[in-house]
Ligand binder design. Structure first.
Ligand SMILES: CC(C)(COP(=O)(O)OP(=O)(O)OC[C@H]1O[C@@H](n2cnc3c(N)ncnc32)[C@H](O)[C@@H]1OP(=O)(O)O)[C@@H](O)C(=O)NCCC(=O)NCCS
Length: 429
């Protein structure tokens, strides 16, 4: 037994009986009506999944287990993973146990490196990340033990896989970075010492002065805490949940989530925002004036394109994740010309968007700030930013997977309707 298994085993009876009581007493409760427009419209607003790890509040932003994310900015990944899973902070012994456990599980089997070596060199970093994650399925304990496990104990194997994967994903992501940089064989093992995010920072092997190295490690810690989860129904989390609901193990499920995130209209906003700022530099030189930035924004809107880094499907106030990273940037990288332009853009964009009068939120979102920060510290390959995002979201996806297996969530099977059925229902047939 381990401390995390022990604590979850203590919490589960209460969670299971609450779920059983809900179903026994309120199974017929209507949570929301579903219109034809919503079915055609990507199920916007339709409640289809119960997810307790986090919610996105239109005014307060991301809330992790009831705590606004701005209150979590001092945590490490280990604490946030425990919080996502158990709904409480780990005590000192639990935190240290998890840190040591993840460090001890970080070794990636050699066969994964053969997979990486055999991929075409120009493969997209997300292809490599997803492929490597999937390749680890060979070591899944859930897959190995599935036929001996009862429904009540399946979660224990899922948790084993989740811990293995959480430990190894930073190693995989670092290897993808080196491979994408054209280094044939630079995927070393994870260092034995340090926290999850410190070990990832070390594995990227970027050249920094000691103060910059410390700031970069802290940035990664903050970045991953802020990107650790985003409810259960964004395309990435939902893909992971659906695959996991078939009792496919964590490697299949996380790889599926990453594949969804790789889509241009899902996980690319950070890359797109930085490309936008770089394009302004190319157009006007490295210090465009406020007037030039405003012109550029106006021209972008007039051409029917969006201002990347602004707006949000749910949030209607400043994104606390943006606020936290913006204050980090103001403290650490204010002299960077790219950031200086981006910072002007954050101030000018809202007025331009407001005058266009369409966007429901005119605030910069978290993707507006991550690009300039990562670029400043040497992560200059923009295609890599979705890997960073996916590494962060995997923390929450893994927690959600374990909880879903522990609570016996069934296989996903919403019904589809044919056009013939719609014609009949609408009297247009
Ligand atoms: C995030 C986003 C996809 C949310 O979309 P949404 O839920 O449809 O947003 P809204 O309801 O506010 O959209 C209403 C209108 O404003 C427009 N709008 C929203 N954000 C905009 C932006 N940043 N620039 C220009 N127009 C924008 C929408 O395109 C839409 O126009 P339409 O009626 O012609 O289709 C959208 O704000 C966007 O495209 N932002 C830029 C890309 C980005 O930063 N994505 C990262 C999100 S975390």
């Amino acid at each position: 037994m381990t401390l995390l298994h022990d604590r979850l085993a203590q919490l589960l009876p209460g969670l299971r009986s609450e779920r059983s009581a809900m179903l026994a007493q309120h199974a017929e409760l209507e949570l929301c009506a579903v219109s034809l427009g919503q079915v055609y419209g990507g199920l916007r607003g339709v409640i289809g999944v119960i997810c307790d790890t986090s919610v996105v509040d239109p005014q307060r932003g991301l809330i992790i287990r009831g705590r606004p994310v701005r209150e979590l900015t001092g945590l490490g990944v280990e604490e946030v993973f425990w919080l996502l899973l158990c709904g409480e902070y780990p005590d000192k012994a639990q935190k240290e146990w998890l840190r040591a456990e993840l460090a001890s599980r970080a070794r990636v089997p050699d066969y994964a490196w053969s997979v990486l070596a055999s991929a075409p060199p120009d493969s997209h970093p997300m292809v490599l990340f997803s492929l490597l994650t999937l390749s680890l399925q060979r070591s899944s304990r859930q897959a190995r033990d599935y036929h001996e496990l009862g429904k009540e104990s399946l979660w224990r194997a899922t948790l084993e896989d989740a811990l293995d994967l959480l430990a190894r994903l930073p190693v995989l992501a670092a290897a993808v970075w080196h491979r994408d940089q054209g280094r044939a064989q630079a995927w070393a093992d994870s260092p034995a010492e340090g926290s999850w995010s410190e070990r990832f920072a070390a594995m990227l092997s970027l050249t920094h002065s000691p103060p910059a190295a410390a700031a970069f490690a802290d940035l990664l810690r903050l970045y991953f805490v802020l990107h650790c989860d985003h409810e259960g129904s964004n395309a990435c989390a939902l893909a992971c949940h659906t695959v996991g609901s078939a009792h496919s193990d964590a490697c299949y499920s996380i790889s599926a989530g990453l594949n969804a995130l790789a889509g241009p209209i899902h996980g690319l906003a950070s890359e797109m925002t930085l490309r936008f700022v770089l394009a302004m530099h190319k157009h006007y030189g490295s210090a465009p004036s406020e007037g030039q930035i405003e012109d550029y924004c106006q021209q972008t809107l007039a051409a029917g394109r969006v201002l990347p880094g602004f707006g949000h499907a749910v949030l209607r106030a400043a994104d606390p994740r943006f606020v936290a990273l913006h204050s980090f940037a103001a403290e650490h990288i204010s002299v960077d010309p790219l950031y200086a332009t981006a910072d002007h853009y954050y101030r000018i964009g809202p007025a331009v968007l407001a005058s266009a009068g369409k966007a429901k939120s005119i605030h910069p979102n978290v993707d507006a700030i991550t690009g300039p920060l990562l670029h400043h510290y040497g992560l200059t390959e923009l295609r890599y930013y979705t890997v960073m995002f996916g590494l962060g979201l995997s923390i929450g996806m893994l927690a959600q997977l374990v909880l879903n297996r522990a609570l016996g969530s069934p296989i996903m099977r919403p019904r589809s309707a044919s056009l013939a059925e719609l014609r009949e229902l609408t009297g247009t047939g």
